[in-house]
Design a binder for this molecule. Structure first.
Ligand SMILES: Cc1ncc(COP(=O)(O)O)c(C=O)c1O
Length: 386
């Protein structure tokens, strides 16, 4: 009998993330400094850790309700209203396995094969891959440094077709650190409405906004009824390993997402839900402290890049800088490969985040000032020797 392909055509089509390659090499290189990985260097604050551990000690080792613990959903609902003016009752919150699951649920709930998804790029790598896995079509919308990497109504409009179904908004942005102001979001609203798009708003870095004010499309009457908000505890509370996120959405989408979550996941990790409850009740001072520290590091990094003569948009949020390296005459891949090989410094080629990221590189500053200092010394040596 003729052998069938073991791997589905869609899974085979997905390329492995090029970010992984840098993690693997840097992990196996002695004395390597990695400003590659996108996660807080802080350990989860102690009182949050203890709440998670206490829940295990108290025997809370079972599933929770599919949708999440009622007390946690109440806190999430209160938090979203107090912090970002996003008003959804606790019954409209689903607790998920990281923001990642919430993104997956939203895309699976909304998309059919052939639907087009508008993805402003440079952008976090997962959206396009999941869209492709669903048989839908990612449509990059390039965003440029000249516009502070924000999405403009004109560029969005230019990519809309009859098949456009969903727009991804991911601000503060990984990898550029761009944000979208309320005015910028409102300028998109007529285009979104005209094309009848659903908006997936990934707000994982909302708490890490250093300049300007984070605005959620779900807080705007013009966009609320078409917005699925995705967020989580990974970045703001330094809880990446706990795997806890959440989503709020208009009821029809929420119910479809809940069906998928019930079958695919059952419930988010129970100890992590207890830890997240403590994070929301008593963890805001920790968030403020970590944010102040990230801001110091951002300022140090951007000042140093400037001193080295490297152009860089000053990121307003998240914990990444996205310097322009075109003047060195190497591709993003060549620059980062050689920097890693010659100076043992890992940063990520900008094209990993979409084609329009070519000519840039992502530097994550969720690292100690000492490490960032050492890294900048190595970068200086590297460009001197080019
Ligand atoms: C923009 C963005 N969204 C979502 C995620 C996934 O976060 P989580 O750990 O909550 O799954 C990341 C992680 O790097 C991210 O950068």
């Amino acid at each position: 009998m003729e052998k069938r392909a073991r791997i589905s055509k869609t899974a085979a089509m997905i390329k492995p993330s090029s970010i992984r390659r840098f993690f693997d090499i840097s992990a196996n290189t002695d004395d390597c400094i990695s400003l590659g990985i996108g996660e807080p260097d802080f350990i989860t604050p102690l009182h949050i850790l203890k709440a998670g551990m206490r829940s295990i000690g108290n025997g809370h080792t079972h599933y929770t309700s599919n949708i999440g613990m009622p007390e946690l959903r109440e806190e999430i609902s209160r938090y979203l209203e107090n912090r970002f003016n996003v008003c959804y009752p606790p019954s409209d919150v689903i607790v998920t396995v990281g923001g990642s699951e919430a993104i997956d649920l939203c895309l699976r709930a909304v998309l059919d094969p052939g639907d087009e998804v508008l993805i402003p790029e440079p952008c976090f790598v997962s959206f396009s891959a999941i869209v492709t896995l669903l048989g839908a079509v990612p449509v990059p919308v390039p965003c440029y440094a000249e516009n502070e990497f924000a999405l403009t109504a004109e560029s969005l409009k230019s990519k809309i077709t009859k098949k456009s179904k969903l727009l991804v908004l991911s601000y503060p942005n990984n990898p550029t650190g761009a944000i979208m102001s309320k005015e910028a979001l409102l300028s998109l609203a007529p285009v979104i409405e005209e094309a009848d798009l659903t908006v997936l708003s990934d707000e994982l870095y909302a708490e890490l906004t250093y300049e300007g004010v984070h605005c959620s499309p779900a807080s705007l009457p013009e966009l609320k009824d078409r917005t699925v908000l995705v967020s989580g505890f990974s970045k703001a509370f330094a809880m990446t390993g706990w795997r806890l996120g959440y989503t709020v959405a208009p009821d029809d989408i929420l119910q479809a997402m809940l069906k998928i979550h019930q079958y695919a996941i059952m419930s988010a990790p129970t100890a992590a839900q207890y830890a997240a409850l403590e994070a929301l009740k008593n963890g805001m001072p920790d968030v403020l402290e970590m944010r102040a520290e990230y801001k110091k590091r951002r300022d140090y990094l951007c000042d140093t890049l400037k001193m080295l003569g490297i152009d860089c948009y000053v990121p307003k949020g998240a914990f990444y800088a996205f310097p322009d390296i075109k003047k060195f005459g190497l591709s993003s891949d060549e620059f980062c490969d050689r920097l890693l090989a010659e100076q043992k410094l890992a940063i990520i080629p900008g094209n990993a985040f979409g084609e329009c990221g070519e000519g840039y590189a992502r530097i994550c500053y969720a690292n100690s000032i000492e490490n960032i200092e050492r890294a900048m010394f190595r970068l200086e040596q590297f460009i001197k020797e080019l």
